[in-house]
Design a protein around this ligand. Sequence first.
Ligand SMILES: Nc1ncnc2c1ncn2[C@@H]1O[C@H](COP(=O)(O)OP(=O)(O)OP(=O)(O)O)[C@@H](O)[C@H]1O
Length: 664
Amino acid sequence: MALFLINRYLGDEEGGGSSNESRSKALLAKLQRKAKVKEQQSLACQGEHQSKTTVESDRDTSVKKKRKNKGDNLEETKHPKKRKEHVSPPDPEELSKGDNAQKKKNDTKKIQLTEDKDGFEQTSVHKKKINLQDSAATDKTELPENDDEMVDTEKSSSQTGFTILGGFEKNIIQKVQRVLPQWLAEPDVIQRDITSNLVPISDVPGICTKLKRKLEGNGIHHLFPVQAEVIPAILESVSHGLLIGRGGYKPRDICVSAPTGSGKTLAFIIPVIQALMERVVCDIRVLTVLPTKELAQQVCKVFSSYAEGTSLKVVMLAGQKSFATEQASLSENRGGISHSLADIVVATPGRLVDHINKNDGFSLEHLRFLIIDEADRMIDSMHQSWLSQVTKAVYRSRSGSEAVSIFKRTEPAPITAASLSPPPMPLQKLLFSATLTQNPEKLQQLGLHQPRLFSSVHSQSTTHPESQERFNFPQGLTEYYVPCTLSKKPLLILHFILRLKFSPILCFTNSREAAHRLYLLVQLFGGVQAAEFSSRLSPNERKRTLKEFEQGKIQLLISTDAAARGIDINGVKCVVNYDAPQFIRTYIHRVGRTARAGKVGLAFTFLLGVQENNFLQMVKDAGSPGIQKQIVKPGSLKSMEPRYQQMLLELGNTIKGEKANKHV
Ligand SMILES: Nc1ncnc2c1ncn2[C@@H]1O[C@H](COP(=O)(O)OP(=O)(O)OP(=O)(O)O)[C@@H](O)[C@H]1O
């Protein structure tokens, strides 16, 4: 005996005293009548198109079979369990039973409901149902799209007794294709080949006479392709002054991706100096952020050289000097008011954040250009969230300065007549890198305003931005790999320098310990002017080492990745990856220390057997024009081996001695 009485909702026609059975019968009769009408209609048509229908019917049947099979297979792979539960379409005779009649009524209702809801879906659902119900009808021109789908609908209705609205589970969800934003997909193209695309300075619009003379004085008579493209674009954004861009709008941010050694530094220094040249009040208008002290020093030197003869002042904040000395070079207090002593600041992120937070005389409220060099690296390591600190500092005015400031800066907000009067000082971002990321999510962190991209890379798929990124390599670079074993690596580098006479060599290891050990070994072996370059050295020692290497006093510089990016050392003809780099970006920057400014250069990578496949694939995927195999025969190293073995013993003692000294 049932403990509870369960009342089911069976539709509007339920109730009124009529029994289930009689209602079912009535419904069945109704459906049969409908089927008959349809049958008659189709027979009438058949008379007219007898032959045609026969052919079509045969074809449709085979198509239906095929689709059914296909649907089955698909379903099997997607829902192996679900498939077992599938039921066949009901036999019309079975409909005489009460349950099926009820189900049929629900199905009919379902068609109606779906029709009301969604104009697009309704047609197909409607067609499917008619086919199912009128299985007796011979007109099979309206095949369901997917038989399995149809059976599922039947099943779910019959199981629950209620109409399931929406049919969400039936929608085939299309895989979303990621597409690059237009500015990334369609960049302004920069020619990769420097030597055959040099542009005479006089042909580049907008550069003032003073700077043209300066360039020529520095031995530059032609501009490189990246400079010929980017300099006019930046100059155009300041053609109406520092406050408004073209057409009175905020100037667009600019991103530049061009190979190593292609001259990106001058591409921002020239237009920025020209934009500030006529300034009246000294305030920080340009902030250039770079990842290392050495790079900051290098860029600061070029800025200073082109600012010479103008009233512009360049200050470096990279921890080379004490905080107090840097502070004194930034501002001075006259009559109780702080006055800026810097127009252009070149900084590393750590020291920059220190000044933002601890130096009251450091104000970025008049900043016009934020230049981010080695931008991909700067995005990846947002040291102390330096960018958000800079952005905050830009909209923070010095206490008491609001009253005297004519052009008050406001944070970006919806544009209204009031917000544009007086016009706020725009902050334009300029990004530079040889390996600029194309990852929109990463670039989004920078909050770029209608960015414009200049790139020498235009081969990446726009519909698959997540696929391996491709970069351009310098035209004059020849890449080699040298298969070797771990124990033979030191001998190989000695062979390169002593026998093959490659000099100067810039040699990269993956750690400072490895750099130090190799340096000691080469020193012990003798006959080579070697030096190491890593964080083991003080900033001043590093500066001196780079200078000596550039002067040719050092034949072999063994470095960590501290010298991999941006460092411009004249005359490096050969780069050796003593340890294979793990990432393609590291490889591109390391080998980019040679073959700069349109010159030629060689890059060798020592590869252990286990590294070969992965490394070669990585380089190929990145768009390398081709890396060649260079075999050094074991016989060539043999004569050095006895001495090398002896050196290894001495090296062990030296390292022990160093460790002991450390603990004393
Ligand atoms: N127009 C030019 N004519 C001659 N030499 C140039 C010109 N422009 C730049 N150079 C020289 O080319 C070298 C490379 O320039 P730069 O350091 O700006 O390259 P880069 O693109 O910034 O490289 P990286 O990506 O490695 O930082 C420098 O020594 C620079 O002095």
